[in-house]
Every structure is written in structure tokens, then in C-alpha cells.
Design a protein around this ligand. Structure first.
Ligand code: GDP
Length: 455
């Protein structure tokens, strides 16, 4: 399994975590008319009219969110995959190949009332060659009388046929038990971070940009309740501050406030302090000083935030000092140096006068909402299908990589995984990220995009 992260968004170091976050993928394969769509509808509990299972007719959606006995998985209907291969058996075999490349478990559907056809045998040949577990569904066994039909399917040599009726639901529980039992072992979920409490903000920026002043303005120096830990002055101290009618937790304000700072080494709260604050935060407000040119250190802090995967708000402080000329250069500096985070909301404030400080909270809320976003798999895939139809991935080494489907593996920040048959160029992945942002927003949040290609 190969996992590649888009160059534009996030670091590649958490590939293992990304892989773990991808829900198991179950691909439904089989020739047309065996009832794949009905089975998909049955499993996802959809009551909509069943789409005709006719060769050449592509369904508008490919992948769905599904679950069985509290196991969540992505269900893929391979009948929705277009292939240019002519001939039914070849087309179905190709779809099975794609399924084998992308799925963790293959759900092979055969029409028990018809028996084994050439196309079923073509699928079987492909599936035998893969190492993926296969669960065989003998469909259209609507009653006990047809049970005997299912037994014939042992002859396929892919294991026990599960007699089911996708239409009536008969036998699908046992079938899904077998599917879930075939899932790969997943590592135990990590302990949830402090959920449910106040949302956590890191106020970061190089020295002297005005962090301490802003914090004082937001909290009011005298009303501050510090949660101070006895002993060393290096302990992080968080503050609860009420803003815009809700309580927020500002992380490690001891590293920010002047009266604590005097007690500590000057370098200490630079990079190290920032990264430990980011680790515990959900959103970062990066404060910059507009009275001076943007410094490399400002950009480095912004990059630290993006790399940490936290939501981001850019706050330009000391706006009271700005004159026409400086303003002109500032815009140029922002265009040139912060184009990578053009998606971050910007607020122009003055901690000194209080100008526009109230705009911080809406910007933070926007960033957090984007950071939390989850796009349902069905919706994501109908969007992706249109996108890829209009602009297919470029040919690479004489081959056209196909994007078979996508899922959102994770939120906080949103992380999308594209299941492909080949490598997608950086440019194309950036194009997809750009279009994701155009169509779904994600203002104020990094977006991660990776590919999953399997041999
Ligand atoms: P920190 O190191 O980021 O915490 O920065 P401080 O809050 O200590 O501020 C550094 C200096 O900038 C102090 O002299 C502040 O008075 C000044 N300062 C902070 N905010 C503003 C502002 O909005 N306008 C102006 N003119 N000065 C500010």
C-alpha cells in the first residue's frame, strides 16, 4: 500500500496514521443484473428506487458510508465504474481488478437463479489471483425453495455461498457478519483528546508582535483567572476567557504574558513553546506586526501551524500604525509570502486601541467549523465524478490513472483519500484541493489529500 500526501497541504510524516484512519473498503462486484445496486441499497438502508443494473449505464454515485454492528466501512459499487473495455466478461473482469486494487474485502454477487455464467467465471479468475478476502453472495434466493440454487455456486471455488435476497433482506445479516469478520485488524483508537470542553486557541507569533497586549485586551488584566501550577515558571498556564458569549481556552498563556515571561529564558517560547501550544490547541491565531516588514520568523510560525494541522486565523496587529505607504507594501508582502495560506481568514486589528478585535471570534469560529467538516462519502463521490469527467487526470507514462472513488478518512483537519489505479501528478492533486476548497469552503482549515494505490 502506498500513501502519498499532496505537496500543498500537510506533511507526509503521519502516513501510518492516515492509513489507520481510512475505514475498511468493501467493493461489490459482479456482472450486471445480479442485484449489486439492490444489495448496496439494502446495506446502506436506502429506500430510493433501485437504479437499473444495465451494462453501460453509469450510476451517479460510486461509494457510500455504511455500517454493520457498529463497524463502519465504505461501500463501493463497482457497477458505477466506467471502463472502455468491450465485451461483458472483459468489462466485469476489469471492474473486479479495480476492486481488488482498492478494497479490503470483496463482496462478489452472483445470481443464484441463473447459475454460473462466463462473466462470473471471468470475475472469479481475477479474484482468485488477489490476496483480498472474498465473500460470495448468492442473490435472489427469495425463499427456501431456491436455497439449493445457491449450493451450485460452491463450484466457483471462492468459498461458501451466502444465500441472500437483496430485495427482501433475507440472509443479508449473515452475509454482513462474514464481511465484517474479514476486515483487517485495526489498531485501537487513540484516547480522545479533551472533547466537549471549551475550544482551544493558541495565540502565537514572534516576540513583540503584541500577543501579550492582545491577551490583556481580550481578558482584561484584572479579571484573569490563571490556572497556575505551583513550582516552576515553565509550566504551561491556560486561561479561560469569555468572548462572543462563549468560553474559550487560551493555551499556555504563561508563555505569552509579560509578567510570566520576565521569569523565563527569552528563547524558550519561540519554536518549542509554539509547537507544544499547537499540539494542545485546535485553532491558532498567528499574530503579525504590520509596523514592520513580515519577517522570516512570521512565515515560519505560519508554517508551523499548517504543519500541525490546526485551523488558522491570521491577525495583523498594530493596524493603528499603518500609513498609506506601509499599507501598500504590506499587501505585497502578504501576496508574496502568505499565498500558501490564502485560505486563512484575515483580521486587521489593534491590540492597543481595540480596533476590530471583536472580529477575531467569528474568524476563529469559521476556521473551527471548516476544521470539523465531514463530507458524506456519497456526496463526495458524486462531486468527484463530475470533476474527473470534466478534467481527467493527465496521462502519465502512457497510462491514464483512474480515480475510482474517494473517502474522507478524517476530520480535524479534513483528510481526503483518493483511491486510484496510478500515480496522480502533484499539479492534479493541487487542482483537486483547489476545487474542494471552491466547492466546499474549508476557509481557515488545512486540507489534506492523499492517494492510495495498491499493487
Ligand atoms: P508579545 O511579545 O507578542 O507579547 O508583544 P507585546 O504584547 O509585549 O507587545 C510588544 C510591543 O508592541 C509593546 O510595546 C506593545 O505596547 C506594542 N503593541 C502591541 N499591540 C500594539 C498595537 O496594536 N498598536 C501599537 N501601536 N503597539 C502595540
Amino acid at each position: 500500500t502506498e500513501n502519498i500526501n499532496a505537496a500543498s497541504g500537510m506533511p507526509a510524516e503521519d502516513d501510518a496514521a492516515a492509513e489507520a484512519a481510512v475505514k475498511p473498503v468493501v467493493a461489490v462486484v459482479g456482472r450486471p443484473n445480479v442485484g449489486k445496486s439492490s444489495l448496496v441499497n439494502r446495506i446502506i438502508g436506502r429506500r430510493e428506487a433501485v437504479v437499473e443494473d444495465v451494462p453501460g449505464v453509469t450510476r451517479d454515485r460510486v461509494a457510500y458510508d455504511a455500517s454493520w454492528q457498529s463497524c463502519e466501512f465504505t461501500l463501493v459499487d463497482t457497477g458505477g465504474w466506467e471502463t472502455s473495455v468491450s465485451g461483458l466478461a472483459a468489462m466485469v473482469a476489469r471492474q473486479a481488478e479495480y476492486a481488488a486494487q482498492t478494497a479490503d474485502v470483496i463482496l462478489f454477487v452472483v445470481d443464484a437463479t441463473v447459475g454460473i455464467t462466463d462473466a462470473d467465471e471471468a470475475v472469479t479468475r481475477v479474484l482468485r489471483a488477489t490476496k483480498r478476502p472474498v465473500v460470495l453472495a448468492a442473490n435472489k434466493v427469495d425463499g427456501e425453495l431456491q436455497e439449493a440454487d445457491a449450493l451450485v455456486l460452491w463450484n466457483l471455488g471462492v468459498g461458501e455461498p451466502f444465500p441472500i435476497s437483496a430485495l427482501h433482506g433475507r440472509g443479508t445479516g449473515d452475509l454482513l457478519d462474514a464481511v465484517v469478520a474479514a476486515f483487517p485488524e485495526t489498531p485501537a483508537a487513540e484516547g480522545a483528546e479533551e472533547e466537549g470542553g471549551p475550544r482551544r486557541i493558541a495565540l502565537v507569533g514572534r516576540p513583540n508582535v503584541g500577543k501579550s497586549s492582545l491577551l490583556n485586551r481580550l481578558a482584561g488584566e484584572d479579571r484573569v483567572v490563571v490556572d497556575s501550577v505551583a513550582g516552576t515558571t515553565r509550566d504551561a498556564v491556560d486561561e479561560l476567557i469569555e468572548l462572543g458569549g462563549r468560553t474559550w481556552k487560551f493555551i499556555d498563556t504563561a508563555g505569552i504574558r509579560r509578567r510570566f515571561r520576565a521569569l523565563q529564558g527569552a528563547d524558550y517560547y519561540a519554536t518549542v513553546r509554539t509547537s507544544s501550544a499547537l499540539e494542545r490547541a485546535e485553532v491558532a491565531v498567528v499574530l503579525m506586526d504590520v509596523s514592520e516588514p513580515l519577517a522570516e520568523q512570521d512565515i515560519r510560525v505560519v508554517e508551523q501551524v499548517v504543519d500541525s494541522g490546526r485551523a488558522l486565523v491570521l491577525a495583523f496587529n498594530k493596524w493603528d500604525t499603518l500609513d498609506e505607504e506601509r499599507r501598500y507594501y504590506l499587501e505585497k508582502e502578504i501576496d508574496r509570502q502568505l499565498s500558501r495560506v490564502a485560505w486563512a481568514p484575515r483580521v486587521n486589528i489593534s491590540a492597543l486601541t481595540g480596533r476590530h478585535v471583536e472580529k477575531l471570534v467569528p474568524a476563529i469560529e469559521t476556521g473551527l467549523a471548516s476544521w470539523d467538516t465531514r463530507i458524506p462519502t456519497g456526496r463526495l463521490n458524486s462531486w468527484l465524478k463530475d470533476l474527473v469527467a470534466a478534467t481527467p487526470p493527465p496521462v502519465r507514462g502512457g497510462k491514464q490513472p483512474k480515480i475510482l472513488f474517494a473517502t474522507q478518512a478524517d476530520a480535524r483537519p479534513p483528510h481526503f483519500v483518493l483511491f486510484t489505479t496510478g500515480f496522480l501528478e502533484d499539479n492534479y492533486r493541487r487542482f483537486i484541493e483547489r476545487r474542494l476548497r471552491e466547492d466546499f469552503g474549508f476557509e481557515g482549515s488545512p486540507v489534506k489529500l492523499s492517494m492510495r494505490i495498491r499493487e
